[in-house]
Design a protein around this ligand. Structure first.
Ligand code: SF4
Length: 965
């Protein structure tokens, strides 16, 4: 830089690593090829390898074929190597535990602020104070005075509390560190910075590249090295402006180092356009746009920059996927995807992997989101939910548990256990209940699932109970030492074989290491914990740790903004350009406002956002082709675009009449042809509606009204259901459902009519209503205790009781209740091997005549549907009753309304029953002779059918009648 040969500003459009390599070769030319005296330090650890490649290229360009490489690493790692062996450095987990124990003396604070939020914000503050060389006065009053002066208001009581809190906790924390004879990582880092400047050999020379900001301790370190001319600073970006401007971090850093800063002269047209976009001087945007159009009549961004605004994150991910594949097809080999939106990054990664593009993901994702972490944490859910069937089955079906489950018959046994316990016997939680049921039903289970099945079910459940017992006990007990919680957690992992299966997986190994570290740190600690804290601490440690999958790909790299420094690409996508990520949130510390932070020498709350803006500006010139992507909505809510993107589009629109949109990319992203399907097989050819010939031996010998209805609705579905016994498993619902409500109403009315005279004169109505309400309460109450939401169904019924009694009063003028829930069985005269079976909700009597009533809490059949033979239930029930049925009807019990539907009586009913007899006999004899039952494919019926996968309804070209679908 002007007048300072040790500071180098590198324009955005240049490759900083190339400049660094050139500078190194020039500075060390007298020692070449030996560069081992040079120490190259970067902000992150992923740059060294790339730099070595570039260095070799640059060396070859000046006819040097090989070099003894310089030391290169991240600044942090290099400092860690300077730690003296005698100091004990606390890991992050130990540090948290120590502060946690210090906070145990302040229970009111943890209660008020929440333990972990308080710990997080305290560590942020303590680290910032230490790194920025703030010296905490021993005297609390002095600290209080400093804060008061910073706020400029001596009377503000909350300041007193804030200052007292920070001072007290800082002192407690320092005391604990002293007692432990240890330093935390920041303390050790500061120590290393101080020691290193004293021990640096005169021949050593440092090169720092890729940094935008330094803390005060690092500034002091650099300043000392600058005094001896042993350091070169290479800074990517420009200087001159502060505030909400991309140059701000560099300007402030150079000012802090006492280096006079002179702005770089603008580069080419495209660079000038971008400078114009982010200008924050007095000139309004419109004027700047006009000036831009005058200076460069053709947009310099047209070939370089495009903006793709998708409708949702899925389309955004697809657009990125398509664009990357297009660039690869064009022969590009160095493509970058930079985003701070990790959810989007994972989706993009999955899409590209479908296309066999393995990308290098240098940012990774939080360990807690890996399936390995879920395999461990789901067991905690399981214990909390008393081994509720869905939680337990999730755990048992995890691939990480395969070894354990295989000892007891494998996944097949787990599925059988699910089918038997949950769907057959309705047991949906509690390990002991599962075990008791297996014992009680052992004969039946062995018959159904084979000889050893009961033993294996029992052993499996026993093994789960044994492995989880200690942890489940701690869950019930409430509190214990933290050590006990982690011992029990690890005991569970070992008992389930998860310690070994996780260790075989790259993410799983990190999960196990993290849990072991938590266990190690809590050993000998006297800290007590409860289940909530134990769980929260475990999850937070898994969330904090980033899992970086092994870097297997090449050609396409995925990274965050911070990791992208020092990178150049052939083409680049900046993804997730919404306000949520660009600029993202400011520093959220609850301690001290901006003025006080300044007084305490802490960086601005907005520093992270300014650094991100500098990164954004740099990235716009990090490749010859840049595509910015965002989505206009997420989770059905509108997304606000990044203000930086809006500024860019606004200036470009005003200057050149276009917002740099990429409609063709959006079109490609929406086209189904561009979506890679992993299925390499050709799609099956379209088919017509199927029909099957039934083996007569498979025909059922008993037929219910439901079976008959199915036969009428779709013979193929009847075949699947009643001949092949392909019955779907019932869903176990957590809430009372409409079908359960129907059953309860049936029971209530059965009980009511068993107790009460069905004659209901006006004067008895009030008493009948009281009885009916009492019965209703007693039948609903057990359900309400288990599922409070069942109360809603009770209210619905209570609203309907008066209407029901009113109907009963009218009806009872002619009919008396004779029997409810009557089981019937009869034969068809023309087909004596077929038994018709069913249960009638209610049979009423008037002298020798009967009325068959079917209660309907759902949809009741219509008269025309019954008379046309489409709806078969009512005549079927009349047939089951057999004699003197004068009337049949459905009684619809709705919300406050009770009404008779589809009544059929006397002669019409007799004729209808005879027609059904005839029809049934004909159908069954035809089926027995090999007639082929077709699949009708009626849309309404198919919508409620579970056999669409068997009749392959979605693949038909024509329905049974030959109509094209
Ligand atoms: S999906 Fe439709 S056509 Fe297929 S079996 Fe079911 S009801 Fe019949």
């Amino acid at each position: 830089m002007n007048g300072d040969p040790y500071t180098h500003l590198i324009p955005y459009h240049e490759d900083p690593l190339v400049r660094l390599a050139q500078l190194l070769l020039e500075r060390e030319k007298d020692r070449l090829p030996d560069l081992s005296n040079a120490v190259i330090l970067f902000p992150g650890s992923g740059t060294s390898q790339r730099f070595r490649r570039i260095l070799l290229d640059q060396a070859r360009a000046v006819a040097i074929d090989a070099v003894i490489p310089p030391v290169s690493s991240s600044l942090q790692s290099w400092m860690v190597r300077q730690y003296p062996s005698e100091i004990r450095v606390l890991g992050q987990t130990e540090r948290e535990l120590l502060l946690l124990s210090a906070l145990s003396d302040f229970p009111d604070l943890t209660e008020r602020y929440g333990t972990w939020p308080l710990i997080d914000s305290l560590f942020d503050l303590f680290d910032e104070l230490s790194l920025n060389r703030f010296t905490m006065p021993e005297d609390r009053e002095r600290f209080h005075n400093t804060i008061e002066q910073a706020y400029g208001n001596e009377k503000l009581a909350p300041l007193n509390i804030e200052a007292r809190l920070v001072h007290t906790l800082w002192s407690a924390w320092q005391q604990r560190l002293h007692e432990a004879g240890a330093r935390d990582q920041v303390g050790a880092y500061l120590n290393a910075l101080a020691r290193s400047v004293m021990n640096i050999e005169p021949a050593r020379h440092f090169y720092l590249s890729g940094f935008l900001r330094f803390n005060r301790a690092e500034i002091e370190w650099i300043t000392r090295l600058r005094q001896t001319q042993q350091i070169d600073l290479l800074i990517h970006g420009s200087t001159g402006t502060i505030g909400n401007h991309p140059d701000s971090p560099v300007t402030e850093t150079l000012t802090a180092l006492g280096i006079e800063s002179t702005p770089l002269s603008s580069g080419k047209d495209y660079s000038r356009l971008l400078d114009n976009v982010f200008e924050i001087g007095d000139q309004p945007l419109l004027e700047r746009a006009r000036q831009q159009a005058t200076d460069a009549p053709e947009s310099p961004a047209t070939e370089k920059l495009r903006v793709c605004t998708a409708v949702n994150p899925e389309q955004e991910a697809r657009a990125i996927d398509v664009q990357v594949r297009r660039w690869l097809l064009d022969g590009l080999t160095d493509i970058g995807i930079v985003t701070n939106d990790r959810r989007l990054a994972r989706r993009v990664r999955a899409l590209l992997e479908r296309a066999d593009i393995n990308l290098l993901d240098s940012a990774g994702w939080t360990l807690s989101t890996t399936s390995a972490a879920s395999a461990a944490i789901h067991w905690l859910d399981c214990i909390e939910n008393r081994f509720r069937f869905n939680k337990l089955l999730d755990c048992l079906k995890s691939p990480f548990l395969a070894g354990f489950v295989n000892t007891y018959g494998g996944l097949e046994r787990v599925q059988q256990l699910e089918e038997a316990l949950v769907y057959r016997y309705g047991i949906n939680n509690d390990l002991q209940r599962y075990l008791d049921t297996v014992a009680a039903k052992s004969v039946e289970l062995n018959e159904r699932y084979g000889e050893n099945s009961t033993d294996q079910f029992h052993q499996l459940l026993e093994a789960v109970a044994k492995a989880t017992q200690s942890l489940a006990n701690l869950y019930s007990t409430g509190s214990a030492s933290s050590e006990k919680f982690f011992d029990a957690f690890f005991e569970m992992l070992t008992g389930l074989g998860l310690d070994r299966s996780l260790a075989d997986d790259s993410a799983g190994a990190e999960v196990v290491a993290e849990i072991l570290e938590l266990r190690r740190c809590t050993t000998r600690s006297r800290l007590t914990s409860d289940w909530r804290s134990f769980r929260a601490w475990t999850v937070r440690n898994l969330e904090r740790r980033m899992f970086k999958p092994p870097l297997a790909g090449s050609g396409v790299e995925l990274m965050g903004f911070a990791e992208s420094r020092l990178y150049r690409f052939q083409a680049l996508i900046i993804a997730g350009a919404s306000r949520e990520h660009l600029p993202g949130s400011s520093h959220e510390s609850p301690f001290f406002n901006e003025g006080v932070r300044h007084q305490l020498l802490l960086p601005s709350r907005y520093e992270a956002q300014r650094v991100r803006l500098a990164d954004f500006r740099r990235l716009l010139e990090a490749a010859p082709a840049v595509v910015l992507t965002l989505s206009s909505s997420k989770d059905d809510k509108p997304v606000i675009p990044s203000p930086w993107l809006q500024r860019l589009q606004a200036l470009h629109s005003l200057a050149y009449g276009s917002a740099l949109d990429a409609p063709e990319l959006l079109g490609l992203a929406s086209a189904p042809e561009t979506l890679i399907q992993r299925d390499d097989m050709a799609l099956p050819a379209a088919e017509n509606a199927p029909a099957v010939r039934i083996n007569p031996a498979l025909l059922p010998t008993r037929l219910s009204a439901t079976g008959y209805q199915k036969l009428v609705d779709c013979p193929f579905s009847f075949f699947a259901n009643y001949c092949l016994n392909l019955v779907p498993l019932e869903e176990i619902a957590d809430e009372l459902e409409k079908s359960d409500y129907g059953s309860l109403i049936h029971r209530i009315l059965q009980t009511f009519h068993a107790r009460e005279n069905s004659e209901l004169p006006e004067e008895n109505l009030a008493q009948a209503e009281a009885v009916l309400r009492e019965i209703s309460d007693s039948i609903f109450n057990p359900h309400i205790r288990r599922q409070p939401s069942a109360r809603g169904w009770l209210y619905l019924w209570q609203r309907t009781i008066p209407a029901y009694l009113e109907w009963q009063r009218e009806w009872s003028k002619e009919w008396r209740v004779m029997e409810t829930e009557r089981s019937c069985q009869t034969e068809l005269m023309q087909s004596p091997t077929l038994k018709l079976v069913g249960r009638l909700d209610r049979v009423d009597r008037n002298n020798d005549a009967y009325a068959v009533i079917d209660y309907k809490t759902g949809k009741a059949p219509t008269g025309p549907a019954v008379k046309s033979g489409e709806s078969v239930q009512l005549p079927f029930y009349a047939r089951l009753m057999g004699k003197n049925v004068a009337q049949t009807c459905a009684l619809e019990i709705g919300d406050g309304v009770v009404a008779v539907r589809a009544p059929i009586d006397n002669k019409e009913l007799d004729e209808l029953v005879a027609e059904h007899d005839h029809r049934l006999a004909e159908i069954f004899s035809a089926l027995a002779e090999g007639a082929i039952p077709p699949a009708w494919g009626d849309a309404l019926t198919c919508g409620q059918c579970h056999h669409g996968g068997i009749c392959r309804r979605d693949l038909w070209e024509q329905d049974y009648d030959g109509n094209r679908i």
